[in-house]
Design a protein around this ligand. Structure first.
Ligand SMILES: NC(=O)c1ccc[n+]([C@@H]2O[C@H](COP(=O)([O-])OP(=O)(O)OC[C@H]3O[C@@H](n4cnc5c(N)ncnc54)[C@H](OP(=O)(O)O)[C@@H]3O)[C@@H](O)[C@H]2O)c1
Length: 353
């Protein structure tokens, strides 16, 4: 085995950043070098994440300046970004420019929205702000790893958590022409999906034992799923998406409704999805509807499919912080570094959390 690649994590004190730190700690070929924090530089990692203290008893968050200064210490770095959109591209580009000047190599995977669109105007249309680094967009490919056999960019962006749950169902159906191209999705997420900053809708008395929709037909993930489906299949879809906040900390359950293409019964659709994901270690197709507890804390996603009359229903579950963010990002890192795609990611779900 070669020496481990040093890793820089951006947005280090956030929920996704914490999951990146946890997964890096268990990865045999990655080692944490700089956990970057804009708010807690100098603070102990274990003070923000007590559960990570066995892995990082001494580690401290650093500023982006310190991470930049350290670039000369190694020839090839991995950057995982869990910073918010807008801030992420600025930080990533600062590192890329500094790496170019220092003559060192970076492999970047961004979990934010900043490199999900290949077109800066599309980003501005959805996020309401100009993209800060349109010249860098061609260096990133955004896809669910299972939907891109090979990429020819040096860096990758991971789709969002809801988007990953939807795309896992939609892309194979569209690619095979097994459904029409109009999709309705109702999906429930846990409270970690909203990030670490407390809000009225993430407060425990509001959230526990409660279930409510938000941004019906107006969530930013819908245009992202349309664009990423087009990129993966070459086909346009209609998507009608209603997200819900559920009484969970983590996990997503998405129910995807479509109209059947002619001739596909439930067994055909099950065979189609099973064959599509036959080479994937992380996506399992089940006969019975999957449950969130089957996957929470893991990089595994599970899907089931059924059909009656004209309707297809796919249920898709994954952990928003792992398969939907940090774990999917590390899958991309493994791929980009030429490592086995499953390295450091095969711990099963806890089951009872
Ligand atoms: N939560 C999810 O389920 C999920 C799933 C998929 C993708 N994502 C994406 O992953 C990213 C992180 O999400 P999250 O849920 O972990 O959010 P979060 O808990 O709010 O964490 C984001 C972190 O970014 C840093 N940050 C905040 N404002 C910043 C700024 N202006 N400039 C630079 N850094 C700033 C903060 O860390 P420091 O103070 O330590 O710098 C903060 O802890 C977001 O882009 C989000 O869209 C989230």
């Amino acid at each position: 085995m070669s020496r481990p690649w040093p890793v820089i994590v951006l947005g280090g004190t956030g929920y996704v950043g914490g999951e990146m730190l946890r997964l890096v700690a268990g990865h045999p070929q990655l080692v944490l070098a700089s956990a970057v924090s804009t708010s807690r530089a100098g603070g102990a990692v274990a003070a923000s994440f007590a559960h990570l203290s066995p892995s990082y008893p001494e580690a401290r968050f650093v500023s982006l300046d310190t991470a930049v200064e350290r670039l000369g210490d190694a020839p090839h770095w991995v950057v995982l970004s869990a910073a918010p959109h807008g801030a992420s591209a600025e930080m990533v580009v600062r590192l890329l420019d500094a790496a170019d000047s220092a003559g060192v190599e970076l492999t970047v995977v961004d979990a934010s929205a900043d490199f999900r669109f290949s077109d800066a105007n599309a980003f501005e249309g959805v996020y309401g702000q100009p993209h800060s680094a349109p010249g860098r967009l061609p260096e990133f490919h955004c896809a669910v790893p299972e939907h891109a056999d090979r990429i020819d960019t040096p860096h990758a962006a991971h789709p969002g958590c809801f988007a990953t749950a939807m795309l896992l169902a939609i892309v194979p159906l569209v690619q095979a022409g097994a459904s029409t191209t109009s999709f309705h999705v109702s999906a429930v997420t846990g409270s970690t999906g909203a990030g670490r900053t407390p809000r009225v809708t993430t407060h425990h008395p509001v959230r526990q034992s409660n279930l409510f929709a938000y941004l019906p037909l107006a969530h930013r993930h819908a245009p992202e799923v349309r664009a990423l489906t087009r990129a993966a299949t070459g086909r346009d879809i209609d998507l009608h998406f209603v997200p819900h906040s559920g009484p969970l900390s983590r996990g997503i359950h998405a129910t995807i409704f479509a109209e059947r293409g002619s001739g596909n019964d439930a067994a055909d659709l099950y065979a189609l999805l099973t064959e599509y994901y036959a080479g994937s270690d992380f996506v399992g197709i089940e006969l019975d509807p999957p449950r969130v507890k089957d996957i929470v804390g893991s990089n595994y996603a599970r899907l089931s499919v059924t059909a009656a009359d004209d309707t297809i229903v796919v249920c898709s579950v994954l952990d928003n912080l792992v398969k939907g963010a940090a774990g999917g990002s590390i899958q991309w890192v493994n791929r980009l570094l030429g490592l086995p795609e499953t390295l450091g990611l095969t711990t099963p779900a806890a089951g009872w959390v």
